[in-house]
Design a protein around this ligand. Structure first.
Ligand code: PLP
Length: 384
């Protein structure tokens, strides 16, 4: 058997997310229900859908709806994938070869970080600076580029910090990419999850010839269960991505693609994003009150988007140990910052409804307070 770096965050979630009473480890808002989306006529249409193999690269209607969201893109620029996760995987397999150098934003969702290593590449992190509102340390990227770069991997808006790149920062990143000939993998699954504005973060697509933009229905649309994502790329990159998609999954699920077509009609898209923004913003208010009430224990740096708080805690201990104690004592799952490249933090989702989040946050505060007072861990009836 070959070995590979484990995707620790996803492993943590696979292991525990269904074994706790409150799961705040997710990076999505509470999922929308099929019934929120489908009219009786849509249901009729779905019941009539033949379950043969669907179009391998995505139905034409879905690809067109996706292309319509990107300046100057046509349906041949789109490959529909099983979540943004599959798109990231195909892109790494296609664009990274052994010995390449890949620049990755840290902290971040460590999928490309792990996949680049699987491909035999060297990962060169460039940091988001906690002391400077999680702004990117672009001098680190510029320095990394002096050794050559095959790919620059960005998550914008960022998971877990919620920071959004400013126009001047984007321009600097494109300059580095252009100078080195690197591809930019812009993972944009949190576009539309901004908290302070209703204007969606602009895609990197169109900023530079070697951009591949990834998105999905999981975050901004609250439809993670459909497992629909996509890559938008130049025509000659779509081809090898598609060839790998055939190996990996053949095609995304037909019923999911049909529902995705409906979700991306302009009116339904606007409704889903508004629903997500409502959950994200209400949840943030709950989190802000909780942070204020527990300011001796927890704090959050600047954050502009996503339904997650990247919470710094003041008690001693690694984030894995603290998250494990919270899980065992309070039956609440949060994501350890260490698994996102920044120990000393916990990633806590707040887009799951005010009541649910309030109860879970209070349980977390109880555990942190007991730990701060030096109380030994207790295994309660809730814990496993
Ligand atoms: C930045 C980022 N990209 C991709 C994914 C994969 O999600 P999905 O496959 O549901 O689109 C996630 C999930 O958390 C994510 O945070």
């Amino acid at each position: 058997m070959t070995t590979f770096p484990i995707f620790e965050l996803e492993r943590w979630q696979s292991d525990f997310e269904h074994a706790v009473e409150y799961n705040l480890s997710d990076s999505s808002v509470r999922g929308a229900r099929l019934g929120d989306l489908l009219t009786p006529a849509d249901v009729e249409g779905l019941l009539d859908l033949e379950l043969g193999y669907p179009m391998v690269n995505g139905t034409e209607r879905l690809r067109q709806r996706i292309a319509d969201l990107y300046r100057g893109a046509d349906l041949e620029n789109v490959l529909v994938t099983v979540g943004g996760a599959e798109a990231n995987q195909l892109i790494c397999q296609t664009l990274i070869k052994p010995g390449d150098r890949v620049a990755v934003m840290e902290p971040g969702y460590r999928q490309v970080w792990g996949l680049a290593q699987v491909q035999g590449a060297e990962v060169v992190p460039f940091g988001l600076d906690p002391a400077n509102g999680w702004r990117p340390r672009l001098e680190e990227l510029e320095h990394a580029a002096t050794g050559g770069l095959a790919l620059i991997s960005l998550v914008n808006p960022n998971n877990p910090t919620g920071s959004v790149l400013r126009p001047d920062e984007r321009a600097r990143i494109v300059t580095v990419a252009r100078r080195t000939g690197a591809w930019i993998l812009a993972d944009e699954v949190y576009r539309g999850a901004e908290r302070h504005t209703d204007t969606e973060t602009a895609s990197f697509w169109g900023d530079y010839e070697r951009v591949v933009a990834v998105n999905s229905l999981s975050k901004a649309y609250g439809l993670a269960g459909l497992r629909i994502g996509w890559a938008v790329a130049p025509h000659d990159l779509i081809q090898p991505l598609w060839r790998r998609h055939e190996y990996a999954v053949i095609a995304a699920a037909g019923p999911s693609m049909r529902v995705a077509e409906l979700a991306l009609t302009p009116a339904m898209r606007a409704r889903l994003i508004a629903r997500q923004r409502g959950l994200t913003r209400t949840g943030w208010e709950v989190m802000e009150r909780w942070l204020a009430a527990n300011a001796d224990l927890v704090s959050v740096g600047a954050s502009e988007a996503t339904s997650m708080g990247f919470v710094r805690y003041s008690i001693p201990g690694s984030s894995v140990a603290v998250a494990d104690r919270i899980r065992r004592e309070a039956s609440v799952l949060v994501a350890p910052g260490e698994y996102l490249g920044a120990d000393g933090h916990l990633r806590i989702g707040h887009g799951l409804g005010a009541e649910y989040v309030t109860t879970a946050l209070d349980r977390i505060a109880d555990v942190l307070r007991r730990a701060a007072a030096g109380a030994p861990p207790v295994l309660t009836a809730r814990g496993k």
